[in-house]
Every structure is written in C-alpha cells, then in structure tokens.
Design a protein. Structure first.
Length: 319
C-alpha cells in the first residue's frame, strides 16, 4: 500500500515537472519569436517607407489626367472669381484743424456761443461730424450719386461714374422713389428703353415691365409708367457707343448716405489737431470726388455755423 502511494506521488511530481518544463519552453519560444519579429520589423522599416513613397508616386502618375483636370478647373474658377469681383480702391486726405491763437478770445467766443445756444466743437466732434449721414447726404445731392449707371461686360458689372455716355433725369420722381431702367443706345440722339422697374405709388409694390420698347430722343421728355424721363447725351458718346446697353438706377439718397458713411473711416494722428480720412470705393475717381466734396460741404457748413455764432454774438452784445 505504501509503495502504491509512493508511485502515485512520484507520478504526480513527474507530471508537474514535465508541465512546468513545457510552459517554460513555450515562454522561451514565444519570447524568441517576438524578438525575431521585432528585429525583422526594424530591418524592414526603411524598405516599407521607400515602398510607400513609390506607391504614392505611382498613384499620382496613374491619376495624372484627373489631377490635371482638377488643377485646370480650379484655375478657371479663380480667374472667373477675380474677373467677376470688382476691386476696391482707397483714397485718403489729411485734415488740419486750426486753433485760435488767443486763448482769451477763444474763451469769450465759447461763452457767447454757449449763451446763444451753440456749443463749442472739439476735434472728436468734428471727426464724428465728417461721418454723419447728413453730411454724406449733402455730398450725394451735389454729385448726383443717387442716379447710378452700370454696364455689364462679360461677368463683371462696371460702374460708369464719370464715363456715362448719357444722363437720365426724372422730373416727376421723389427722392425716395426707386426706378430702374435699361437703356440701349441706337445712335448719338436715339435711345431705346427695353425694361423698366419701379415701385407703384399707390400699392407700394414693385412693378417690373419687361419685353417693352420705349423709344426716346435726346433732350425730349417722354412719358413712361414710372413717370417722365429725359435722356441727355454727354460728350463721351460717339458712334462706337451704338449697341451698348446701360442700366440706370434712381436710388434713395437717405439710404445711400448710411451705407456710404460706413465706407468712410476717420482716424486721429499723433497731433491733436490733425486727422486722416479714408474712403473706399470701386471707382477711384468717385472716392476722390467724395472726399473733396465732403471737405467743401463741411467748410460751408462750418462757415454758416460761424456766421450764426457771429450773429448771435452781435445780438448778445446789443442786448
């Protein structure tokens, strides 16, 4: 009985030892395989990179036609965008605000102005006054900017400010009336209105008249559904102008003044009496004219205000 038990114990020990040896052998084999695989990966890495670059080059060469077509399409789209989008020009001027030499006289003038109900104006107030819609409204009326002339050439709509072959006046139109018409030049003295758009005064609804033909002679008043219209040729019209189609728009100057004032920027220079004014516009000539007229209008308004101060001062002294 003891022998059998000993044999069984010996068999168990043998089996346990064999299983431990087998596990140890498997672990060693697995570690050796991992080391071998990692060494292979390390040695093959440069070859894989070269293969990936070759594959990329192969993809490019294989799809060179598609890539070339995409590049051409992108180039055409960029050219269309640049041709369709009108460039924006900037014009600027510098304004010097003169100060009175005698401070005592200035103080007396300020006191009389305040007593007469006219406040003294600082540099900040003058900068804000230049950006006021009222001052821009006066500029629009003087330059006639509420009547706009445009012409479509290929993909771009060109503003014809200063290059109009003719002008159109609207004797019956009010300031707030919107009128838009398309005029075709037959010759230097004959014109054709091919389309007309306006807002009905009764219903306040927009009315579009298309496929119409209203003939107009130069300097003659013609009746249209939008009211009376007079077409006047300018010195820029010629025989080459025949066949051109120009769009004329009569716009509300009050609405224009708000948008045009936002295109004007006023910045103070280091000196306390000098500031710069910059105006951005699609037409550089119009930007220059706006700045010049803005300064002239401001000067006239300031002269009228100074005259009012003088009159108030005299009236105060007489009293």
């Amino acid at each position: 009985m003891n022998r059998k038990e000993k044999q069984k114990k010996d068999e168990r020990r043998c089996r346990k030892f064999i299983s431990l040896q087998t596990i140890h052998f498997k672990n060693r084999t697995f570690m050796q395989e991992n080391q071998h695989i990692s060494s292979r990966r390390t040695s093959v890495k440069p070859q894989d990179v070269s293969l990936s670059l070759k594959s990329i080059v192969g993809i490019i060469v294989g799809n060179k036609l598609i890539i070339a077509v995409c590049a051409i399409v992108a180039l055409i789209a960029a050219c269309i965008y640049l041709h369709k989008t009108a460039p924006i020009y900037s014009r600027y001027t510098t304004v010097l605000v003169k100060e009175k030499r005698q401070s005592a006289a200035r103080n007396v003038g300020d006191q009389i102005s305040s007593m007469a109900g006219i406040g003294a104006v600082s540099i900040d107030n003058e900068m804000e006054e230049f950006k006021s819609p009222y001052l821009m409204y006066m500029v629009i009326k003087k330059l006639g900017l509420n009547t706009k002339y445009t012409e479509k050439k290929l993909l771009r709509v060109i503003d014809l400010y200063g290059k109009e072959p003719f002008t159109v006046s609207f004797p019956d139109a009010k300031e707030e009336d919107f009128i838009k018409l398309t005029v075709k030049i037959a010759d230097a003295t004959n014109f054709e209105i091919t389309s007309l758009q306006y807002v009905d005064s009764l219903t306040k609804q927009p009315v579009l008249v298309e496929d119409t033909l209203i003939k107009a002679r130069a300097f003659q008043c013609i009746n249209t559904p939008a009211g009376k219209i007079i077409v006047q040729p300018t010195e820029r019209i010629s025989e080459k102008s025949a066949g051109r189609t120009i769009t004329v728009s009569h716009l509300n100057p009050n609405s224009l003044a708000d948008g045009m004032s936002s295109a004007l920027s006023v910045s103070l220079v280091k000196s306390a009496t000098i500031f710069n004014m910059t105006y951005q516009d699609q037409c550089p000539k119009r930007a220059e004219d706006i700045l010049v007229t803005l300064l002239e209008t401001y000067k006239n308004e300031r002269s009228a205000e100074n005259k009012a101060v003088c009159d108030a001062s005299i009236k105060f002294i007489d009293s």
